[in-house]
Ligand binder design. Sequence first.
Ligand code: IPE
Ligand code: IPE
Ligand code: MG
Length: 243
Amino acid sequence: MSNNLPHFDVLPQHIAFIMDGNGRWAKQRGLERSEGHKAGAKTFRRITEYCADIGIKYVTFYAFSTENWNRPKNEVQALMKIFKEYLLEADDRERENDIRQSRIRFIGEREGLPQDLIKLIEKAERKSKKYSKITVNVALNYGGRAEITHAVKEIVSKVQKGEILIDEISEQTISDNIYTAGQPDPDIIVRPSGEFRLSNFLQWQSAYSEFWFSDVLWPDFTEENVNDIINDFQKRNRRFGGV
Ligand code: IPE
Ligand code: IPE
Ligand code: MG
């Protein structure tokens, strides 16, 4: 396919993608923003499949932030419809899911999402629970600060119940009470569309993540870009505060 194929023997364990630029992609083509989101959903499927095929163990995709509720009502509705359609389709692709062995998980607050979407989310999580080749996290109604706030409440409640002592609270306790509990932190966070910010994504988990930025708009994101990310990642020197 390409001449930039990386060595697949030293892969990042976890890549996180901020799927940004759908609106601008649509605007460039004189289309409605919702058309950009539809194109972005296709890219999401393609990139997930590629990551699974090359052997990445964890991927996380930022699909809808706690701040994205501030968008016009019709855009929010269009997005919720796309999420539902994706889940209905995935449910139909049983054989394919079986081949890819991918486990899907949703991170973020369920509260606030439409009831029928919550049902589909629960079904997809339940049905794919048995798979472990790749874990696909979809961050939906997700905010990094909301996640930490949620963890604080969980921990305080455990303290109140006497399940843990204040002195026992460690960084690990926080990691164990956020949505991604049990998963490795992202090795690299990818933001396309020319923006250089996290926008409330994986605030806690990103402490030592590498970053990869590009002007490419999410619907135009390709497998080649994933190869570039891996190639770049393999050249990074991660010191974690050491020498
Ligand atoms: C990302 O694309 C999708 C979501 C935030 C849901 P945008 O809709 O933010 O696209 P731009 O940034 O306006 O181009
Ligand atoms: C981040 O993109 C959220 C998602 C991609 C789901 P935004 O477009 O919402 O971020 P800002 O507003 O440009 O920071
Ligand atoms: Mg955006």
